[in-house]
Structures are given as C-alpha cells and as structure tokens.
Design a protein around this ligand. Structure first.
Ligand SMILES: Nc1ncnc2c1ncn2[C@@H]1O[C@H](COP(=O)(O)OP(=O)(O)OP(=O)(O)O)[C@@H](O)[C@H]1O
Ligand SMILES: [Mg+2]
Length: 377
C-alpha cells in the first residue's frame, strides 16, 4: 500500500509540510532575539503545524533552545492550566533524574505522577487546597523553567482560552510572571482574532504591546500547487492542471480542507488524477460529513441555517444588510441578518474577514459551505 503523503495531522516532517518558510524564519528570528510572538490565523490554516515546524528547525539547526508545547484548549481554570503546562514539561524532560528535579522544584504542592493508560505518557495529578497554593505552584513551574540549564521556548496553543477561566484575571497573573522571565520565550497562539488582538493591542490589558505579531495567511496558490503536484508525481501519479486548479479553488486554499481533499483523491486514484477522480472524492467527503452537517442544523435556529445557506451560495458576502442580498434569500430584515450573523460568528460557523476592501463573511467550514450551496432552502 502506498503511503498517503497528504497528512491530516498538524505536523509530521518538513517533507509533508508545504512552505511556511518565511513564517518559520520570522518565529525563529523572534525567539533568537528575545521576543515573544503572538501567532494568529483562522482555524485549520496551520498554526499548530507551524509551531512544530519551528521546533523541528530549532532541533535541526542545533539552536540552543528546549521546546515545550502546551495546548490549553480544554482548560477552564488555573488548576487545569498548571496541569497541562506541567505535563508538557514532564513530556519534554523524559530522563527520570530531570523529572525528579522538576518535582523537587514544585515546593508548594506534591503532585502524583501516573502513566496515561491509553497513551503511556506521564501525567501529573495535583490536589490544591486553595487558589493561592495554585498561584504559588505556577510560580514554581515558571521558576523551574527560568532556572533550566538551556533556554526554553514555550508555545501555548489556543491561548485565548485563558479568558474563560472564572474568578481570576489569568492575563494579569501570567503577564506579571512572564515579564520576569529571561530564559523563556513564548509563542502565544490562537484563532479567535478578536480576543487575541484585544489581549495584545488593547492598552488596558496586561499583555499590551508585549509581543511581535505573526498573522498566518493562506498558502500561496502556486506554491501549494507545486507541493501537491510533487507529492502525486513522486508516488507515480500524474495530475492534470485542470484537476489541480479545481482542488485549490473548491477548497479555497484553506489548508485543512485542501489536504483532506488531496488525501481522498490520492486514496481513490491509480496512476492518473483527472476531474472524474476529483469529483468522486468530493462526493465521498460530502457524504461522510453529511451527518455532522445535519447535527449542526439541529443546533441552530431555522433562520440561522437559512442565513448560513445564503452566505454559502454567495461564497463570500460583504453587504450583509443590503436589500439585494436580503430579498434574494428571503431574509426578513437587516437587524435580523445582523443578529444571525453575530450568532453564527460566535458559534464559529461564519468567518469574518477584514481586509483593505472591508469586512466580509463566509462559511467557516469549507466542506459545509460546499454542501450548503447545493441545497434548496
Ligand atoms: N503547511 C502545511 N502543509 C501541509 N498541510 C498543512 C500545512 N499546514 C496545515 N496543514 C494541514 O492543515 C491541518 C490544520 O493545521 P493546524 O492544525 O496546524 O491548524 P491550526 O491553525 O492550528 O487549526 P486550529 O485553529 O483549528 O487549531 C493539519 O492537520 C494539516 O493537515
Ligand atoms: Mg491548532
């Protein structure tokens, strides 16, 4: 069986990762020059992949940094934040004597080390008596990192999540600590642009102007096209220009969706990729996603679903309250359209794009968009 080169996980190795050379250099430049970075992009465009790409590059260039990755998307409290960060530290340390040194540095609490029965990876469990003990433990963890014999890069993925922690101002707590760290560089990564921008550019917020910004955009079409062609050809499959163009247009060069379609096309094709295989692959994907789309329909109101369909049929809409748009899709009024768009944006079903030409709206999930555009409302 041929190995499918279109991977669906954030990162495997440089070979399967398209481009991002400029962004990789920019992040490394920030790290080696003592700057923290805020990395922002819409979902599923490649932020997490880029972090691992940067970590790989640090290794390959033998740059004197240890790298730590903590995904805090599932955390809802300082307690959970400490656990995720500590697990990430332990996962990196590997050697028992280092783990033991880390344990000894946790002076405020005595965690228990267990192995995850599913993955076999080490996991810490903490029991805290109160918030102040938690805060002391956070200090202990960060003090350990500061005293580590090598410089450290900590990437905190889905950083906006700290705004969900109840009862504490996590931004203020973290900022206070971070400004005293000289041995640790941070990458704060997130997809909620509005929240992330507010955290780092609002003068009233603790992290105000404390980092360099890196906005990840879509891959360049010609660069992505060459990458896709190269991988088909190295597996002995030729792909015609028309099919390649169609794949990129249909998926709007939104990385995850492009990878997923290429992965399907690869799996269903023999030595020639043509439009027929691409169409069959698209159908296979939409069929497999259909149940999920119907679940989404259950979770929103009828008028929100209709609005989503209208946006899908347009591809992208900038004049959401214009009479032309409202009457074309039977939307009752401008305020109703605005209410729906707000609800759909909050649910991450609609993506808002702001650029030089203004604000526009599109369906976030490209497959859902393609499914909706074919439905009669
Ligand atoms: N440069 C790339 N080359 C090839 N595939 C990529 C690249 N970047 C991302 N991908 C693909 O896109 C998918 C989404 O990437 P990733 O998980 O890094 O995005 P993300 O921006 O972190 O998304 P989220 O905000 O949902 O966490 C990956 O699983 C991978 O399949
Ligand atoms: Mg991610």
């Amino acid at each position: 069986m041929q190995k499918n080169p279109f991977i669906l996980e954030p990162f495997k190795s440089k070979e399967y990762f398209c481009d991002r050379e400029r962004e990789t250099e920019e992040l490394i430049h920030n790290i080696t020059n003592g700057r923290n970075t805020t990395l922002i992009s819409p979902r599923r465009l490649g932020k997490t992949g880029l972090i691992f790409r940067v970590f790989e590059e640090i290794d390959q260039r033998h740059l004197p940094f240890e790298t730590i990755y903590a995904d805090i998307s599932d955390t809802l409290s300082l307690r959970e934040f400490i656990k995720v960060l500590s697990d990430a530290v332990v996962a990196k340390l590997k050697k028992p004597q280092r783990i033991s040194a880390f344990f000894q540095s946790l002076k405020s609490v005595r965690p228990v080390l267990e192995l995850d029965p599913m993955t076999g990876s080490p996991q810490l469990s903490f029991t805290f008596a109160n918030t102040s003990q938690m805060q002391d433990t956070l200090t202990d963890v960060l003090t350990y990192l500061e005293s580590y014999p090598k410089m450290i890069v900590v990437a905190i993925d889905e950083f906006q999540q700290i705004r969900e922690y109840e009862g504490i101002n996590m931004e203020a707590i973290l900022r206070k600590h971070i400004q005293n760290l000289h041995n640790v560089r941070f990458i704060f990564c997130g997809s909620k642009k509005h929240t992330m921008t507010d955290m780092f550019t609002n003068a009233k917020k603790p992290f105000y102007e404390s980092t360099s910004f890196c906005y990840l955009a879509k891959l360049q079409v010609n660069v992505y096209a060459s990458f896709i062609r190269k991988h088909f050809e190295s597996a002995g499959k030729s792909i015609d220009d028309e099919s390649l163009d169609y794949i990129l247009k249909w998926t709007r060069i939104h990385t995850y969706y492009t990878q997923r379609l290429c992965n399907e096309v690869f799996s269903l094709s023999s030595d020639k990729v043509n439009s027929a295989v691409v169409m069959t692959s698209i159908q296979a994907i939409l069929n497999s996603e259909r149940e999920r789309f119907l679940e989404i329909r259950q979770l929103i109101t009828r008028s929100q679903w209709k609005m989503l369909g209208a946006i899908a049929k347009e591809g992208s809409v900038s004049q959401i309250t214009s009479s032309g748009f409202l009457s074309k899709y039977g939307i009752s009024s401008g305020p109703a359209a605005l209410r729906n768009i707000q609800a759909l944006t909050e649910k991450e079903l609609v993506m808002v794009t702001n650029d030089e030409s203004g604000t526009s709206y599109s369906v976030y999930n490209v497959f859902l968009s393609r499914y909706l555009e074919k439905i009669n409302f």
